[in-house]
Design a protein around this ligand. Sequence first.
Ligand SMILES: *[C@@H]1O[C@H](CO)[C@@H](O)[C@H](O)[C@H]1NC(C)=O
Ligand SMILES: *[C@@H]1O[C@H](CO)[C@@H](O)[C@H](O)[C@H]1NC(C)=O
Ligand SMILES: *[C@@H]1O[C@H](CO)[C@@H](O)[C@H](O)[C@H]1NC(C)=O
Ligand SMILES: *[C@@H]1O[C@H](CO)[C@@H](O)[C@H](O)[C@H]1NC(C)=O
Ligand SMILES: *[C@@H]1O[C@H](CO)[C@@H](O)[C@H](O)[C@H]1NC(C)=O
Ligand SMILES: *[C@@H]1O[C@H](CO)[C@@H](O)[C@H](O)[C@H]1NC(C)=O
Ligand SMILES: *[C@@H]1O[C@H](CO)[C@@H](O)[C@H](O)[C@H]1NC(C)=O
Length: 436
Amino acid sequence: MGSFKRLAVYSLLLSFIRISSTLSILTPTQPIRDGTNETLVSAGGTFEAGFFSISNSKSHYVGIWYKSISPRTVVWVANREEPLTDSSGVFQVNSDGLSIINSRGGRIWSSNLSKTIEKPVVQLLESGNLVVKDRQNLESILWQSFDHPGDTFLPGMKLGRNFKTGQSLALTSWKNLDDPSPGEFSMGIDTHGLPQLVVTKGGSTVYRAGSWNGLSFTGTPTLNYSYMKFVFVLNEEEVFYENEILNSSILMRSRLTPEGYPFRLTWSNQKTSWDTHYSSNMDECENYGLCGANTNCNPRGTKVCECLTGFTAKSQDSNGSFGGCGRTTQQVCNKGDRFQKYEGKKLPDTSSSWYDKTISLRECEKLCLSNCSCTAYANLNISGGGSGCLHWFDYIMDMRELPEGGQDFYLRLLAGSELNIISSFHMTLAFSSCFS
Ligand SMILES: *[C@@H]1O[C@H](CO)[C@@H](O)[C@H](O)[C@H]1NC(C)=O
Ligand SMILES: *[C@@H]1O[C@H](CO)[C@@H](O)[C@H](O)[C@H]1NC(C)=O
Ligand SMILES: *[C@@H]1O[C@H](CO)[C@@H](O)[C@H](O)[C@H]1NC(C)=O
Ligand SMILES: *[C@@H]1O[C@H](CO)[C@@H](O)[C@H](O)[C@H]1NC(C)=O
Ligand SMILES: *[C@@H]1O[C@H](CO)[C@@H](O)[C@H](O)[C@H]1NC(C)=O
Ligand SMILES: *[C@@H]1O[C@H](CO)[C@@H](O)[C@H](O)[C@H]1NC(C)=O
Ligand SMILES: *[C@@H]1O[C@H](CO)[C@@H](O)[C@H](O)[C@H]1NC(C)=O
């Protein structure tokens, strides 16, 4: 009787071990094998890591996804470029870090640690960050997936650059929705001039969220969420962007799609789908530099592209001044120059701008006047009434009208181009008299 009872307990225990294929840590003696149901799960059960394949593809990957969301939403892939072609892969940790081993014992992916670990242990944190630590020192992270972003930006991750180490963190799109290998687009912080969040293709900017104005990126809606905090840090050591979720029951991610559009999404339990909060494909003016130099792009205008005051189109077509605008007069700058205020704009490209965090708007104007190549100025930080100074030189690129919000921008008018302003004023008068 006693031994029967013991046996029952034993088999119960065994079946428990078999059913419960979720692991809380990986160690050298506890790897994950493809073709089993073994996965690594974060402490609160939000994220899961293990082998997966996409739709009916034969390619097998190691990745991280939301445990309770169906269909599976993958947020990170280890072997993006080296899929396994069968289900006999092993995901393991050793003294030299994480690796994926194929059926022939070949190492197809590894985490490349700079030093060996005596007692390695792997955990998936509640943030979705896969970390390698030494059991003897659990405080310090020796490798983390957040340092190797894929196409998804999660709360707690950083995008940016460390000026000291040169380390740069950027997203890369997938080739297509069924292929996580690196696609054509990257999203990160461009550190030329005043840093900006941009999407690039082959090294050229195709979309610009823009510079940080203290509240948001200049080309995106104001980031005003009760459950989220947005952090942008710019100092001598580093520049980075990060967001934090203040309410842990909300699942939020940003993804750079294979077409190069950043989307910010939150999970809706009611609809059991992802809600889009922001995407960069709202209209044609989101295409970087659509109208060319010295223009304002307005998707709801009679003409999408219009020259800024004091500039004339190099060529005109039915849509306006595509191809950019040049100075109307040959006049050189002088002390009589003034500035025209434009309101509610996405500020232009700052990749060749100059800025100062302390100068007031008044000083900013004076300084701009004193330098002939300064074409425009604005406040650097619009939070709390405005502070700091931003200067543009030579030409203005990628300014646009926004559906809401936007910033004030001051454009230099050459004193010599006064005549031109007056003639366009007369034209407006003549135009309105037709209707009176
Ligand atoms: C894995 O789980 C699925 C569904 O839960 C089940 O059908 C399958 O037999 C399991 N495979 C193994 C190897 O345990
Ligand atoms: C590890 O190093 C190898 C060789 O330098 C490189 O090909 C591979 O991409 C690296 N893996 C990761 C995850 O960085
Ligand atoms: C953010 O939203 C709250 C409530 O909707 C509002 O009171 C507050 O003024 C907003 N803040 C900004 C900076 O727009
Ligand atoms: C957190 O979000 C959940 C889901 O939207 C909501 O029900 C809950 O009230 C929120 N909690 C706080 C403290 O805001
Ligand atoms: C003008 O706009 C129309 C409609 O949006 C578009 O089809 C056409 O290609 C545009 N022309 C130029 C020169 O961009
Ligand atoms: C004007 O600004 C440009 C760009 O920053 C700078 O190279 C140049 O030295 C400045 N000229 C004067 C006179 O300050
Ligand atoms: C912007 O200005 C506000 C209010 O003065 C200040 O609290 C904030 O730190 C400034 N932001 C940056 C990025 O300098």
